[in-house]
Design a protein around this ligand. Structure first.
Ligand code: PLP
Length: 391
């Protein structure tokens, strides 16, 4: 009998779509389950000096995290298991702990708005100098990382949320490492199917698992993946000390969602490219941002570095913020909601949040394309845009 694949050990040499389905399965035993069970127990039987690695108490570790942590690491190309956290922000807070008091943080100016708020909080309570950069401008990021004094951490998001700028991650990693600065990449938008930053030398990858990885808008979860044992131990200790842990049901749901990642991402990316192409010539549209469009500033870089162009589109309708709100109101299929990466298509005007960066246009709609039929999505979008008066 051939050795089973993906049960227990790391998965080598398989395509990402296969890894998503295969990794983190239980050992293959006659009569055994094909899926990992959910174990609901806050504590474990133990007495005396606990042997290293034994499960003791569920804040420090539970078996229900293990299959997801293995599968995500395999998708990101990491030998070490990932670390699941209670939310994307909990994972981000852990990663940001690399910035010491009084350190310098260089961060994408259009990173997720709550990540930016976290950075501002570090500035206020820990004297951290926060330098916001255009992450697509490699020369500007390199200069910011170099200094006056070298940065303590470079925070990359690519494509950015919501402006969809595309970073040259390999070049940024080289520039940061040249001055001893570690690099963290929020890989939520691209997913590990779109890019694998650890393979380019990035030190830390973070995810809002809430989005594409779980994929059904029914859990809030985060994760970190690193391939350095000391760094992993540090983040694991952080998670235990801060208690920023995930519940077993959420992790089980995320693993269930992860199994269909390639199908969902493949479908939504293809639909996003088609919708972006049509939106670009719609008479009621001023500007469309999607890296698939040849005229998009991120196109050639995304083509070179990414596998696919992602499923988020930026659209500015004619008539300003009021018109953008009217489009949201006129849609019947697209769901007006924050968040992204679910099977359902959704959208929002980002500047409805007072906290969104002021460099994000007031009238920008962020569209998250789901897996519905693309013609149905187009009919709804197009009819909503046609309700707008001519400019
Ligand atoms: N990173 C990105 C790119 C996001 O879009 C989000 C949430 O929208 C987060 C991180 C935060 O993740 P969570 O909402 O799971 O805490």
């Amino acid at each position: 009998m051939h050795a089973p694949i993906g049960t227990g050990g790391q998965v080598h040499g398989l395509a990402p779509a296969t890894i998503a389905v295969t990794s983190g399965r239980p050992e293959r035993t006659p009569g055994g389950p094909v899926n990992a069970p959910v174990v609901l127990s806050s504590t474990y039987v133990s007495a005396g000096t606990p042997p290293p690695g034994d499960l003791l108490y569920a804040r420090a570790g539970t078996e229900t995290w293990v299959p997801f942590e293995r599968a995500l690491a395999d998708l990101e190309g990491a030998a070490l298991p990932g670390l699941v956290f209670g939310s994307g922000m909990a994972a981000i807070a852990a990663a940001m702990s690399l910035v010491p008091h009084g350190g310098r943080l260089v961060i994408a100016r259009h990173a997720y708005q709550v990540t930016l708020a976290f950075a501002d909080d570090l500035a206020a309570r820990a004297g951290v100098e926060v330098v916001r950069v255009d992450i697509a401008d490699t020369a500007a990021v390199t200069a910011a990382v170099q200094g006056p004094v070298p940065a303590s951490l470079l925070w990359v998001e690519s494509p950015t949320n919501p402006m969809l700028e595309v970073a040259d991650i390999p070049a940024l990693v080289a520039a940061a490492h040249a001055v001893g600065c570690p690099v963290a990449v929020d890989n939520t938008f691209a997913t590990p199917l779109g890019q694998r930053p650890l393979g380019w030398g990035a030190d830390v990858v973070v995810h809002s698992v809430t989005k594409y990885l779980a994929g059904h808008s029914d859990v809030v979860l985060g994760a970190i993946v690193v391939d350095d044992a000391d760094l992993r131990a540090r983040f694991e200790a952080y998670r235990t000390l801060h208690g920023s842990i995930a519940g077993p049901w959420e992790v089980w749901l995320a693993l269930r969602g992860l199994r269909t990642l390639a199908l969902r991402v493949g479908r939504s990316q293809a639909s996003a490219a088609e919708l972006a192409r049509r939106l670009a010539t719609h008479p009621r549209v001023v500007e469309v941002r999607h890296p698939s469009l040849p005229q998009d500033p991120g196109h050639s870089r995304a083509k070179r570095l990414m596998n696919g162009f992602g499923s988020i589109i930026g659209v500015r309708p004619v008539g300003g913020a009021g018109a953008a709100d009217a489009v949201v109101d006129a849609l019947r299929l697209w769901v007006p909601a924050t968040s992204l990466g679910g099977v359902e298509s959704s959208l929002e005007r980002r500047r409805r949040f007072a906290t969104e960066s002021l460099t994000v246009p007031d009238d920008l709609l962020r569209l998250s394309v789901g897996i519905e039929d693309v013609e149905d999505l187009w009919s709804d979008l197009s009819q909503a845009l046609w309700t707008l008066p001519e400019a």
